[in-house]
Structures are given as C-alpha cells and as structure tokens.
Design a protein around this ligand. Structure first.
Ligand code: KIV
Ligand code: NA
Length: 263
C-alpha cells in the first residue's frame, strides 16, 4: 500500500515534517523513493525543466498522464500527486473531474490545482467524488500573465489577509493538502497554524508542515539565476541518492529552509 493522505495527516499531528520533490520519470522516482521522500509531485514544472518552455502554460493533459505513468511504474511506496495542467480544470468542476479521472487512472493518488476561492467549487466537486485535491496558492505559475512575473505574493497586509482567507476556504471545501509558493515565512506560519491539513511550502519558510522543491533545482542542474529559496544539495553530497537523503534529513530536522532561503 502506498503512503496515503491519512499517513501525511498523521505526520502533521505528530509534528513530523513532510519531504516532497518533483519527479517526472521512473529512474529518478525509484531513487527518490529509496532515499526516503514521502511524496512525489509530477509537477507541470516539467514544461520548464524537461520541455524548455518559459512558462507552464503549454503543458498538456497527455504530457501529465505520460509522466505520471512513468513515476507510478518506478515506485510502489510513495504518494503521487500530479498537477492538472493549464486549461484542464478551470472551465468547470465537471471538466476538472473528467480530466482528474485520467490522471488518477495513470497512477496518481491526488491531483493539484492552482487558485484560491475561485477553485472552491471544483475542490468540493472532486473530493466528494473520491479524488483527493491539493490546492496551490501564493505564486501560482499558471496565472503568470495575470501576476506579471515570478515574485513574492502576500507581502502587503491586504494580500496576506486575502491568502489566509483563501487557505481557509480551500480547506473548508475539502482540500487535503495546500502548497504555498513564494510567500513570507510569517504568513505561511500563520496559515499553517490556522489549518489542520498539511501545508507544503516552496519559498514559504520552515514553519510549513512540509517542503517541496523542483528536483532539478535541488540537484544543481538548473542553469541561470538561482531563486533565493533553492538550495543545491549536490554541493555537499557525493551522489544523487546522498543529496536526496540530505534534503529529506534537512526538511525533517527543520534545517531547510533556513533564514537565507525564506522571505
Ligand atoms: O510544478 C511544480 O513543480 C510545482 C511546485 C513548484 C509546487 O507546482
Ligand atoms: Na506546478
């Protein structure tokens, strides 16, 4: 039996941090699972790291199904969460359900969707029909043309309050997990204390219930300017499994992210 959402919920209750990485193929999936990762996210960041696109907007449902199958075949213990790509869920809860079913059939146990209160109906529609949903707020890359850049969210009093409200609405609608990307550590802490579901941070400080990073970033493979919240775990490791084990240990011990990686 794979790690389930219930297991992660119990980890939150016993104050054990949840370590997650993105993953898109079977070989890395096996390595990550054997290195102690709790869950894998088949992220639509594959549009950036595998396909070389500047945004995630052109990633298709078929792309996500293909990579979910690969990750599922390479593992048998970890929980698999797959991003619903841009355009596959926004139009209606019914459309979201139809496409989420294909992702679940490909081997994911949970789907992730971006957006706040606007997604409340969809979260409720899916969860009530047996599909666990991870919500994603803060910097939501599928809203890039609306946000106007990859920058810190919730850094004014008004926008912070808005994000806290969104988080509450999503939990109330049935979300089983919440990813918070690029928000101030203090706000992420407040949201984590307010909710009872696991909160997973990326650039959101170390008070979250767990952390996620894009695997290529934490293995030092991504070229160009390195965002502040990323740590290259290969610098102090002799192998990829050792780097992943160090990431898991650092997350579990609350050593990552440290103050230099948060806002
Ligand atoms: O696609 C992705 O990798 C993500 C994480 C950064 C949370 O959504
Ligand atoms: Na994503």
């Amino acid at each position: 039996m794979r790690t389930s959402l219930t297991t992660l919920q119990k980890m939150v209750e016993s104050n054990e941090k949840i370590a997650i990485l993105t993953c898109y193929d079977a070989t890395f999936a096996r390595i990550l699972e054997n290195s102690g990762i709790d869950a894998l996210l088949v992220g639509d960041s594959l549009g950036n790291v595998l396909q070389g696109e500047n945004t995630t907007l052109s990633v298709t449902l078929d792309d996500m199904i293909y990579h979910t199958r690969s990750v599922a075949r390479g593992t048998d213990k970890v929980l698999i969460i797959t991003d619903m790509p841009f355009g596959s869920y926004q139009a209606s809860p019914e459309l979201a359900f139809k496409n989420a079913c294909k992702i679940i059939a490909a081997g994911a146990q949970m789907v992730k969707i971006e957006g706040g209160h606007i997604m409340a109906d969809t979260v409720q529609f899916l969860t009530r029909r047996g599909i666990p949903v991870c919500a994603h707020i803060g910097l939501t890359p599928q809203y890039i043309h609306h946000l106007g850049g990859y920058k810190l969210q919730g850094n004014s009093e008004k926008s912070a309050k808005l994000l806290l409200d969104e988080a509450k609405i999503l939990e109330r609608s049935g979300a089983g997990m919440l990813v918070m990307e690029l928000i101030p550590a203090k706000l992420a802490e407040k949201i984590t204390q307010t909710l009872s579901i696991p909160t997973i941070g990326i650039g959101a400080g170390n008070s979250c219930s767990g952390q996620v990073l894009v695997m290529h970033d934490m293995l030092g493979l991504s070229q160009g300017k390195k965002p502040r919240f990323i740590k290259d775990f290969m610098v102090e490791a002799k192998s990829i499994p050792a780097a992943v084990e160090n990431y898991v240990l650092a997350v579990k011990a609350g050593r990552f992210p440290s103050s230099e990686h948060q806002f």
